[in-house]
Ligand binder design. Structure first.
Ligand SMILES: NC(=O)c1ccc[n+]([C@@H]2O[C@H](COP(=O)([O-])OP(=O)(O)OC[C@H]3O[C@@H](n4cnc5c(N)ncnc54)[C@H](O)[C@@H]3O)[C@@H](O)[C@H]2O)c1
Length: 352
């Protein structure tokens, strides 16, 4: 197995490399290609030395690559580029992030399309994840490109629900769809709790939602984001974490990582965990349903943009959407977020 990590010296890329080895996804018979800019060469050599030092017998072949033209892998994790600073005094809008990372997405996608074997799968970690997926899908074909944002948001949603109910996460089937960021769409009506009947599940769902309905969720998310931001700006991180802890599970999915990011700890460990888990599922050879950002062409609800939806994945990529039975409010929010993302993608593409 050949796996490439673009941006391997970054906080997230580095974690992906370590977790791929620790979780046994790559071993001595495999090759891990660590990709960075020429200016990152020394850092990449240091990373190789450290990883060999830690995992000598278990480590895969580790290759350093400084050119996008030399990428050769079956699965490519894209974790390079600019990220939002953890210092709230240096704010960066999503538009500015898109402007900074778009040329990088284009450069790598073009090179892989030109030199690749035509079957590489790409897991997009960098933000805005919807833009990364749109650019790579345009160059490589949309079925080979997944954004991991919706997968991570879904794992978080399941963990928040499981934690609050005192259940193992495996017993919770739930999806967080939509846009990674301000356009989250919690699919509450598709919640299944294994071992509970419909009546019990409905009762527990009411408890978890704390009175917040789907129609009010976007406003609550926006208002709570403002309130948590205010605490962060006043350097009251403890207050931010305390406030998040009082929220409903669906709001915590959006706001716990926000507080974690600005605490300075960032979210690299959990992001790498979700990325490596996604990679394991994709490579398992089984057709499995997972939430991911993909470039849709009207397969579900007429959505014609990049959005987090449940898709059937396998080692050849995603083939079809696996629709959920959502209620009217959830469906209309998903369509609305789809429209909003579509507008943003057009603006970002035009600004290039
Ligand atoms: N989906 C998620 O939940 C999630 C979570 C964390 C980070 N991210 C995203 O992942 C990306 C990386 O975040 P990070 O915290 O690891 O950032 P980081 O600053 O630690 O790492 C960025 C890496 O990109 C590399 N890079 C920059 N320009 C490059 C180029 N032209 N060619 C090759 N490499 C280049 C840098 O050298 C560095 O290694 C960001 O876009 C961030 O928003 C997503």
């Amino acid at each position: 197995m050949n796996i490439a990590v673009i941006g391997a010296t970054g906080l997230t890329g580095h974690q992906v490399v370590v977790q791929l080895i620790l979780k046994g996804l790559v071993g001595p018979m495999d090759r891990l290609q660590l990709i960075g800019r020429p200016s990152a060469e020394a850092r990449l050599r240091g990373l190789v030395a450290d990883v060999r030092d830690a995992f000598f017998e278990a480590a895969p072949e580790l290759d350093i690559t400084l050119s996008a033209d030399e990428i050769a892998a079956e699965v490519i994790v894209f974790a390079a580029g600019v990220t939002i600073p953890t210092d709230h005094r240096r704010p960066l809008t999503r538009d500015a992030l898109a402007e900074a990372n778009r040329p990088l997405f284009e450069q790598y996608a073009e090179a892989i399309a030109r030199n690749g074997h035509g079957h590489e799968l790409v897991i997009m970690v960098s933000n805005p994840v919807e833009l990364g997926v749109a650019v790579f899908a345009r160059h490589l074909g949309r079925e080979r490109v997944f954004g991991m944002g919706a997968y991570q948001d879904t794992l978080r949603f399941r963990r928040e629900i499981a934690g609050e109910l005192g259940l193992a996460r495996q017993r919770v089937e739930a999806y967080m769809l939509g846009e990674h960021g301000s356009g989250l769409v919690p699919a509450w009506s598709a919640l299944r709790l294994h071992g509970f009947d419909q009546e019990e599940t409905a009762q527990l769902r009411r408890r978890l939602r704390k009175g917040l309905c789907s129609a009010d969720y976007p406003h609550a998310l926006e208002a709570e984001t403002g309130a948590v931001r205010e605490l962060i700006v006043n350097d009251d991180l403890a207050g931010a974490f305390n406030r998040v802890a009082t929220m409903s599970a669906d709001l915590r999915v959006g706001l716990a990582p926000f507080a974690t990011h600005y605490s300075g700890a960032k979210t690299a460990v959990a992001t790498a965990n979700a990325t490596v888990d996604m990679l394991r599922v994709v490579l398992s050879g089984h057709q499995t349903v997972m939430a991911a950002q993909v470039a849709l062409q009207g397969e579900w609800l007429g959505l014609d943009t990049v959005l987090g939806v449940p898709v059937q994945v396998g080692h050849q990529g995603w083939r079809q959407v696996s629709p959920l039975a959502l209620d009217e409010d959830e469906l209309s929010r998903l369509r609305q977020v789809g429209e909003e993302v579509s507008v943003k993608l057009r603006e970002w593409e035009r600004a290039a």
